[in-house]
Unconditional design. Structure first.
Lengths: 234, 234
DNA sequence: ATAATAAATGTAAAATGTACGTTAATTACA
DNA sequence: TGTAATTAACGTACATTTTACATTTATTAT
């Protein structure tokens, strides 16, 4: 009996593991997703998230960083694990887990040439084509996560340049939440959080008057965080 | 060049995948964690989360359910993926990913005999022993998730019996948040959410007067959810 | 000079959160 | 039998935050 059980528990099957990246950007007031053509069979050539098999000697998060750098040239961007996708039949070819990670990047900073070379393309999130396997589901889950998380943590800022205007930030929140916000209340709430640094520069791309540029004060933010400070934009 | 790249992308290493369960209960005003003695080498006999290798033909979530049922006899309990743990060196023996899932159970409903038989034991979360591999980290992460999630979703209720009193629920929130709550404000806030059904019964285990029992109104809750209703207990 | 445009500011009412004190129901036991 | 002890339940006043809404400001193209 004991032996039987031991044997049962010891069933060890090996499988593949993939790291797939949901790469979001923000441009022209829209959230964008970077997709590319799948490089391996089956389904080679179909639109797919950017991903790679995880190698035996690398961390899952490293695998994601590796592939992100390879395609976009970017390092040190915001990236966070979304979740693992582990349905037995998710890949028709062979058993393969995927650990999905989402990245938020400043869309103007990536290496366009590299992206071009890998056949990658930015899609508006309202116009995402059919993707391989369960990748559409991953994108939906990542958007949901972004929506939830942006409310209580300043992660959305990773989609904007270091210097940004309040109207820009509002526009970002409006597309994330998919609803309009009152500009007066938005500004008031935001400034009350005391984590923005007003600069002496203006951005005049959107108006004659120009809007003041701000930077996020991460230092103060992390200080306040320790005391249970609540960043919340609703 | 193209071939080289194709080869590079095609590096496919197989590895093991484990499903580990962080099983929380609530008893005597404390959050408890169910641990057992590891059944496989290496580290056989050490305290460990309950887990199993994922088999080739089963979903990751199924693996977690399988092992949970095996040890506690429980089915249909609240269980949710926490995250995947994918450090290359997390298991000294061989490359093994773990997909951690946390479960919230009513501690009185599990099969004590089964648990006994598997050498499992409930630990107060303040008295968790050293666990194998990165399991202590998993527990910390799961507690953090519980703390975050309980604030905006009524998942804590899964730790209580179907019928519970308001003081019981408050006690639960107090241990989750690790801070005292004002009983008058807690009650007011909770009842204002309009998702509790007051019963005609009282629970007299904690006082002479007895406290009225309530049930959570999942039906109404799910209705309200559709309209962007916000369950929030802070 | 003026028109056009988005940025920035203000304010009053409503809703929610916070900090308290008091009363109510029940049982053990004097 | 009534009184003390104990937790449950309720209420209120004040502070804070959210919401709804209108006007002024800075700038440039004409």
């Amino acid at each position: 009996m004991a032996n039987l059980e031991t044997d049962l528990y010891s069933v060890k099957d090996k499988m593949y593991a993939a790291a797939d990246c949901i790469i979001f950007g923000f441009e022209g007031g829209r959230i964008k997703l970077l997709l590319f053509r799948r490089r391996v069979e089956p389904l080679k050539g179909e639109w797919s998230l950017i991903g790679s098999f995880v190698r035996l000697d690398e961390d899952v998060s490293e695998a994601a960083k590796r592939v992100l750098k390879e395609i976009t040239g970017l390092e040190n961007v915001f990236m966070e694990q979304l979740k693992a996708y582990g349905k037995a039949d998710r890949d028709p070819g062979f058993r393969c887990l995927s650990i999905a990670q989402y990245a938020l990047i400043q869309i103007d900073e990536y290496d366009g040439e590299l992206v071009e070379k890998h056949g990658a393309h930015w899609f508006d999130i309202d116009e995402i084509p059919d993707l391989v396997l369960d990748h559409n589901q991953m994108v939906q889950d990542a958007l949901e996560r972004l929506k939830q998380k942006a409310r209580y943590q300043p992660i959305g800022l990773n989609l904007l340049p270091e210097k940004f205007t309040i109207p820009q930030l509002q526009q970002l929140y409006e597309v994330i939440y998919q609803k309009e916000l009152d500009s007066r209340n938005f500004r008031k709430k935001l400034l009350s959080l005391k984590v923005l640094i007003k600069l002496d520069e203006k951005d005049k791309t959107n108006s004659r008057r120009g809007a003041f540029l701000y930077k996020f004060d991460y230092k103060t933010y992390h200080e306040l965080e320790k005391f249970g400070y609540n960043f919340e934009i609703s």
